[in-house]
Design a protein around this ligand. Structure first.
Ligand code: AMP
Length: 281
C-alpha cells in the first residue's frame, strides 16, 4: 500500500486527481474521471467496496464487484493508477480511528443508514492521506456525501480541493448507479419515477412554488402512483447546511429522496434554485 503513495510522491510537481469509487463502474464514474483527466496530470482511481460504510443488514456481500472489467475500462480512459486495496490493507487488525463529521452525518441518508457517513469520511480520509491528491472528485448523485466530505476537508485541513460533478442519467432519466444491476426490467422502468417526480417538482419550482411541504407532497404523490415504489424519505434541505427548509428562499435547496423499488433502495436529488444538476424534464 505504501508503494502507491511513494510512487505518486515522486511525481510531486504534477497535479494529482483522485476519484474514489466502489467499482462496478458506469458512466457516472467515468464523468468524474473525465473531469479529473481535464484538470490533473496524474489520475488515480480507487476501487474499494468499503465495509465501514455498510450497515449490518445492507448489501455489502451482494454489492457488484468486477475488477477485471473495471480495470479494462480504466485503461481505456487513460487512468494512470488504479488503487484497489483489500479490506485488510485499509483496516488492518487493531484499526481503531474513525472520522465523524457531526451534525451533517446524522441527517437524510445518515438518519436512514446509521454509521454510513462515519465509514465514508474515515475511508476518504485514509485515501486522501495515501494518495495526497490536489483534487478529489465526487458526484452530485451522492449530494450529502459531497457536503460531508467538503466539511471534513475544511475542518481537518486536508490539502485537497473537492470537485463535485453533475448526476449522469440514462436516457430514461434514471440516475446511473452500480445498484441499478439489482433491478429487473419491470423495476428499471418503475425506477424512472424518481427522476420524473424530481423533474415535476422542478417545474413547480420554476412556476413559482416555494412551499417545501407542497413540493414534497407533489413528489410523494407522483412516486405513490408507481406500485413497485416505496418511499423511504423525500426531503427539502438547505443545499449547503442540510438544515430542513420549510419555505424556499434565495439560496439553493436540495430536494432529495430515497425510494425502494422492490428490494432495491435508490437515491436521487435535484438542486432547486441553481442551474446545476438539473433533472431530466
Ligand atoms: P460509488 O462507486 O457509488 O461509491 O460512487 C463513486 C463516485 O461516483 C461518488 O462520488 C458518486 O457520487 C459518483 N457517482 C455515482 N453515480 C453517479 C452518477 N450517476 N452521476 C455522477 N456521479 C456519480
Amino acid at each position: 500500500m505504501m508503494s502507491v503513495a511513494r510512487r505518486l510522491r515522486r511525481e510531486e510537481n504534477r497535479t494529482i486527481g483522485l476519484v474514489p469509487t466502489m467499482g462496478a463502474l458506469h458512466e457516472g464514474h467515468l464523468s468524474l474521471i473525465h473531469e479529473a483527466r481535464a484538470l490533473c496530470d496524474v489520475v488515480v482511481v480507487s476501487v474499494f467496496v468499503n465495509p465501514a460504510q455498510f450497515g449490518p443488514n445492507e448489501d455489502f456481500a451482494a454489492y457488484p464487484r468486477d475488477l477485471t472489467r473495471d480495470s479494462a475500462l480504466l485503461a481505456e480512459y487513460n487512468v494512470d493508477y488504479v488503487f484497489a486495496p483489500t479490506s485488510e490493507e485499509i483496516y488492518p487488525a487493531g484499526f481503531s480511528t474513525y472520522v465523524t463529521v457531526d451534525g451533517l452525518s446524522d441527517k437524510l441518508e445518515g438518519a436512514a443508514r446509521p454509521g454510513h457517513f462515519r465509514g465514508v469520511s474515515t475511508v476518504v480520509s485514509i485515501l486522501l492521506h495515501l494518495v495526497r491528491p490536489n483534487f478529489a472528485f465526487f458526484g452530485q448523485k451522492d449530494a450529502q456525501q459531497s457536503i460531508v466530505i467538503k466539511q471534513m476537508v475544511r475542518d481537518l485541513a486536508f490539502d485537497a480541493e473537492i470537485v463535485v460533478s453533475p448526476i449522469v442519467r440514462e436516457e430514461s432519466g434514471l440516475a446511473m448507479s452500480s445498484r441499478n444491476v439489482y433491478l429487473d426490467d419491470q423495476e428499471r422502468r418503475a425506477a424512472t419515477v424518481l427522476n420524473r417526480a424530481l423533474a415535476q417538482a422542478q417545474s413547480l419550482y420554476a412556476e413559482g412554488e416555494r412551499s417545501a411541504p407542497r413540493l414534497i407532497e407533489a413528489v410523494r404523490s407522483t412516486i405513490g402512483s408507481e406500485s413497485l415504489a416505496r418511499i423511504d424519505y423525500v426531503s427539502l434541505n438547505d443545499a449547503d447546511t442540510l438544515e430542513k427548509t420549510d419555505k424556499l428562499g434565495d439560496g439553493p435547496a436540495l430536494l432529495s429522496l430515497a425510494v425502494f423499488i422492490g428490494k432495491t433502495r435508490l437515491i436521487d436529488n435535484v438542486v432547486l434554485g441553481s442551474q446545476k444538476n438539473a433533472a431530466v424534464a
